[in-house]
Ligand binder design. Structure first.
Ligand code: ATP
Ligand code: MG
Length: 221
């Protein structure tokens, strides 16, 4: 049986994009043999307060962060769409463009994955993509199953695979928990540090750091 082309999808606020995002994308691309990774900034996040930095600026930082990496792409489809950014709509739009003969792998940290039952039409998402769940170093292991909603536990049991090849044999429908050595970096912490006048340059690509300084984002001087 021939294997499918596979595309990693990394949705986020990217407020701002940081080395944790890039390291996640690079490791999963290598480990899973993804043909490309698309970064999908959300226009209006559903579960977070509206960011004070514009969607265009967040997208611009993503663009700068991935410049020179041909297998990483900025996908502006949520920015072009009015209203809230629902992942189900993003997947339907991607399937309309890409068809069904491609594997779509939604890459996601445990923190975000735990909130899945709050997502619009969440139980349908696996009809269109796989989930590749990585542990963030700070908190939030899924192994701490106590704080995973029962409905999500059931979904995991029904769709879990331990074979990464499944992601290329099938176009959608599997959940893979993938070990990576994630970097302990978050946008929230970076914003806090910038506001406090602390140095964050080691946590971001140089081009993103320069952009933040140039436009005085997050209170940076
Ligand atoms: P914020 O603190 O504003 O929530 P964030 O650092 O969590 O920002 P997001 O844009 O919310 O970044 O994250 C997008 C996706 O990337 C989510 O699925 C999140 O779990 C994942 N992610 C973010 N940072 C890391 C990291 N350091 N390691 C692994 N995954 C990460
Ligand atoms: Mg987050």
């Amino acid at each position: 049986m021939s294997l499918l082309r596979s595309i990693g999808l990394l949705g986020g606020t990217f407020n701002p994009i940081h080395n944790g995002h890039l390291y996640l994308a690079e490791q999963l691309k290598r480990t899973l043999g993804l043909n490309e990774v698309r970064f999908i900034p959300s226009a209006m996040p559903v579960l977070k307060a509206a960011p004070e930095v514009s969607a265009a600026q967040r997208a611009e930082m993503v663009k700068r962060a991935i410049a020179g990496k041909p297998s990483f792409k900025l996908d502006p489809l949520e920015l072009a769409r009015a209203g809230k950014s629902y992942t189900i709509d993003t997947l339907l739009a991607l399937r309309a463009i890409l068809g069904n003969e491609v594997s779509l792998c939604w890459l996601i940290g445990t923190d975000a994955f735990k909130s899945l039952p709050a997502w619009h039409r969440w139980s349908e998402l696996l009809d269109y993509c796989h989930f590749v769940v990585v542990q963030r170093p700070d908190n939030s292991g899924l192994s701490a199953a106590v704080d995973v909603a029962p409905a999500l536990q059931t979904l995991i049991q029904q769709h879990i695979t331990h074979d990464a090849q499944d992601l290329k044999r099938l176009s959608h429908g599997k959940i893979l928990m993938q070990e990576i050595d994630a970097l302990d970096i978050s946008s929230t912490h970076i914003r806090q540090q910038l506001t406090a006048g602390e140095d964050v340059h080691a946590q971001l690509p140089a081009e993103v750091f320069a952009y933040i300084k140039q436009h005085h984002l997050y209170g940076a001087s």
